[in-house]
Structure formats: C-alpha cells, structure tokens
Ligand binder design. Structure first.
Ligand SMILES: O=C(O)C(=O)C[C@]1(C(=O)O)C=C[C@@H](O)C=C1
Length: 365
C-alpha cells in the first residue's frame, strides 16, 4: 500500500507540473494574441481579418494525436488541446455559433465538440433559421445535421443549401447515444407515452418494439423539447441524450438504447469563409445534369478517371422542374488540388449547374 509520505511527494510533483503546464498555456495564449496582431497588420484595404482557421486547427489536432505516447488516449489528448485552442481563439475573436436548438440538442453538442467550449452557442428553432442567421451575419458559423448512419440524409439541410449561398467550412461526427429518460415525478412502471424527435424514435425502433410495444410514440421538434415536456408529466418518458438529460434534470431508466451501437450523426459547419487545404480534406458539391440517358455515368466518370474517392452521393428533387433532380456529392480532396480542379472543370462542361459548397478538413475528432 502507498504510504502517506509517497502520496504527499507525488502530489507535490503534480502541483509543480500543473504550474509549468499553466505557464505554457499562458505563453501559448500570448502567442495567439500576437498572431491576431499579425493578421490585423497584414490586411489589404477593406479586407476583414480571418481569425478562425479550420485547416490550421485540424493540423494542430492531428499532430497532437500523432505524437501522443500515452497513457492518455489520443482522443482525450486532442480534446484537451481542442479546449486550449478554443480559449486562444476567443482571445483573438469571440465566435458566435448558431445551431439547431433548443439548448441540449445533439447539434449543440456537435458545435461544442468542433469549436470547443469558449464559443458562444445560439439556439435556432429550425435548420433554415441556422442558415438565415449565418447568411445575415448575426452568427459567424452555423452547425446543422446532414446525415445519420442509421436513418440517412437530413433533407432539410440539403434543401437549405439550394436556397442559401453559404459555404461548408468543416464537418464533425458525433456518436449518438440515446437514453430513456424520466423526471422525478414520473412513475416508471406507468409510462404510456414516449416523446422524442422522429429520427431518434426511428433509431430506437427495435428497442421500443421489444420493451414498450404498446406505448404511444410522439414525435416532437427535438430531443431537448421531448425532455422539457417530460418534466411536467407523470406518465411520460423521453428519448434524448446526455446534454438534454442534465439540462432538464432527468434520470435514465435505460441507457444507450439505440438499435445500432455505432449510431453516429455527421454535422456540417456552415459559414462565409473559403478554407485553404489542410492536407486531408473533403469537398462538397451540388450538381444537376440534363435528364437524358447516360447522365449519371457522365457525372461519375471524371471521378473514376481521376481516381477520386466519393464519400457520399445523395439525390434531391430540384427546385426548377417536376421530376428533375440535383445530386449532392462529397469526395476526398481539396478544390485547390490539380486533380480535383480537373474533375470540376469536366463536370461544369457537362452539367446544367454546378455549385461548389466548399472544401474543408476531414473531421479529426
Ligand atoms: O494559427 C492561427 O492562425 C491562430 O490564430 C492560432 C490558433 C491556435 O490557437 O493555434 C487559434 C485560432 C485559429 O483557428 C487557429 C489556430
């Protein structure tokens, strides 16, 4: 057993290490303030400074993970640096980030995972409002869900890209764990109604069929709204995640009830900024082709001949005519890469319309 003496000596060592870590964080923060001064000092007439640099942040976090020698896990180490950088950026410019609210949603968790906790997050009532808030310049960036590994595309988000002229500046992936939650007044054995967002009800369908087959399932605007409703009802439960549970003081009857253990949602960061290459990037485009035989083949051919990895292709009805479609395509590489430039040039000659939504670093965390 460890002696009192040994414990005291180890704590003294930890105190002195903490002191050094703190000094180094302060030194790093002063460096970031100098970076801000340099950015301000090198502006052309009428140019606005760009403080947030997603490509640089992705490189920093990647390097942290690569050089990590344990015992702290790579992801945990990167998360610590994520927060340090978030505080440094807040000294340069406090960022406002709009997300699909209300407070406690997975979109808010995604915003905090991507930007760190030093940003100001602003809940919006709908996906379209997140787009409008950013387009109007009221928030610097927005965070919207785009696809779920169990349920597929989030069509509201795809459609909003057709209506707004915003770029994609980043992506973030979140493991989605759902819990069955009750309030302090709920009678756990008398539950007759379960609230959640339609996507979450779908992600827990098999579990609900097994354990609550005859209970009414009520779809509401968000998981956080489900949690809020349960607070005042003795016979209701909600399906929601950790943030909503702690925000509304609910306790889990059962944790991690999602049907697929790898259930994840991908979110996009939308803004008004073009992001330079980070070395490991993705590009997203919207393209529409003429309605003729071989159109899909023509669309995919440049990717095949240039050996570009497609990570996603999604079809949505176009706004311009009945039975005409647009394709949302994500692929690996940056629009500044010569091979990608060639693909885009070839696409634009064959397409009715082509819009590059942005190139951005692949999610690191
Ligand atoms: O390198 C920069 O441009 C910085 O502003 C510094 C820093 C950092 O703390 O490392 C802070 C914010 C940026 O988003 C990227 C990196």
């Amino acid at each position: 057993m460890m002696s009192e003496h040994e414990l005291k000596a180890l704590r003294l060592r930890i105190d002195s290490l903490d002191e050094r870590i703190q000094e180094l964080i302060s030194e790093r923060a002063r460096c970031a303030q100098d970076v801000a001064r340099v950015k301000m000092g090198t502006l052309a007439e009428g140019e606005k400074p760009v403080f947030y640099r997603p490509e640089r942040e992705a490189q920093v976090l990647k390097r942290v993970m690569e050089r990590n020698g344990g015992p702290v896990r790579d992801e945990d180490m990167a998360r610590l640096f994520r927060e340090i950088m978030s505080c440094c950026l807040a000294l340069e410019e406090p960022l406002h980030v709009a997300y699909l609210g209300p407070e406690g949603t997975f979109s808010q968790a995604a915003a905090l995972k991507h930007f760190g906790k030093a940003v100001v997050t602003r809940p919006m009532a709908a996906i379209d409002e997140v787009f409008r808030e950013v387009a109007a310049g009221a928030s610097n960036f927005g965070v919207v869900p785009v696809e779920n590994s169990t349920e597929g595309a989030v069509n509201h988000t795809l459609d909003s890209f057709l209506e707004h002229n915003l770029s994609i500046c980043g992506e973030v992936e979140l493991r989605i764990h759902h819990h069955l939650l009750i309030g302090e007044n709920t009678k756990a054995d008398s539950i007759t109604r379960i609230y959640s967002h339609a996507q979450s009800l779908a992600q827990c369908r098999k579990w609900l069929d097994s354990y609550y087959p005859s209970v009414e399932r009520v779809a509401v605007a968000s998981n956080a709204e489900a949690a809020r409703r349960v607070k005042g009802e003795w016979n209701s439960a909600a399906i929601a995640g950790d943030m909503a549970a702690s925000l509304y003081g609910l306790t889990p009857v059962q944790q991690k009830i999602e049907d697929r253990p790898d259930n994840s949602t991908r979110f996009l960061i939308i803004g008004n900024q073009d992001v330079p290459p980070s070395g490991d990037d993705k590009t997203s485009i919207i393209v529409s082709m003429q309605n003729k035989p071989g159109a899909l083949h023509e669309l995919l051919l440049p990717f095949h001949t240039n050996n570009i990895d497609l990570s996603r292709i999604e079809t949505r009805p176009s706004r311009s005519g009945k039975w005409t479609y647009v394709f949302f395509i994500d692929f690996l590489g940056h629009q500044a890469d010569p091979l990608i430039r060639d693909v885009l040039e070839r696409l634009s000659t064959g397409a009715v319309a082509l819009k590059v939504l942005g190139s951005y670093p692949r999610a690191v965390l």
